[in-house]
Design a protein around this ligand. Sequence first.
Ligand SMILES: Cc1cc2nc3c(=O)[nH]c(=O)nc-3n(C[C@H](O)[C@H](O)[C@H](O)COP(=O)(O)O)c2cc1C
Length: 335
Amino acid sequence: MSLATRYLGLPLAHPIVASASPLTATLDGMRRLEDAGAAAVVMTSLYEEQIRAEDTAYARYTEHGSNSQAEAGSYFPEIPGYDSGVSGHLETLMRASEALDIPVIASLNGTTAEGWTGHARAFEQAGAAAIELNVYSVPIDFAATGAEVERRTIEIVRQVAATVRIPVSIKLVPYFSSLPHMASELVRAGAAGLVLFNRLYAPDIDLATLRVTRSLPLSTASELPLSLVWIALLSRRLGCSLAASRGVETHVEVVKYLLAGADVVTTTSALLRHGPPYLATMRDGLERWLGENGFDSVTAIRGLKDATHAEHVDALFRAQYVAALTEYLPGKLVQ
Ligand SMILES: Cc1cc2nc3c(=O)[nH]c(=O)nc-3n(C[C@H](O)[C@H](O)[C@H](O)COP(=O)(O)O)c2cc1C
């Protein structure tokens, strides 16, 4: 039985990857995931807000220094606590990349061109096996068209891919008018892989306090279909790796994503819910399912149910209600 796969050109022992989360924020956390059997880990994202906050603190410090010392221009000060921000993140990445045998993928959520490329280069220097660009920002400018938002994203990918030599993947949200076109433009811009899809904060209003709240509830398998359909539609149609993300509760969802055409399946909620050792439970479940169903490898099932197979096209493309509605016809319900 071979569970081996490739993702972003990296050979992996099996297809289950721990996605970015608080579990991958520290060296200890990433080591625990490796010990539990993760094929690769994606480190918690470095957010540009985090970078800016630190730069502001840094600028305040250096400005203070240059005012008081004429020679301060080239002086790089020792800043107490500086290590907890960007440099702390890079330090953790560097130590994890050295210490772990599995690939450590760095993740970046920038907001400016310099933020993206500068930090991507730093990730590469710190030893990241690949970089995942977490490209979501809420477009709140009423004058910005969808095409402009897409162009900006594509330009970021082009610049980052031209800056580093390690593979770059793009973690997307599903909100594009034409995802196939956007996906192929991202690949043309240098993306080696796409991650479908990220989950976002869920703002709400607390009626008791009338405060706007935000939380990130853990996912369930009910979130699977959106990513599943798009993995199946894009599978083998783009020259890049596909990582499935969202709604993996057990090995069952892992198998479904592989059948749809994913190269790897990423998971966060299940690991937060059950702890890192659950990774091995999912991997063993995948192996068992393959054996029980007469398959000898992950490769044997990848894409078996993707949209390149004519018999599945109708179910995947016509994701409409006609067929499903008939299930709910009164005669059928009273059975
Ligand atoms: C508490 C929490 C923190 C997360 N932090 C990040 C992050 O830093 N960067 C990122 O790209 N995704 C982050 N995610 C999203 C996960 O990586 C993952 O894509 C998402 O939860 C969907 O997978 P799941 O259904 O298996 O949870 C976070 C998710 C959770 C629940």
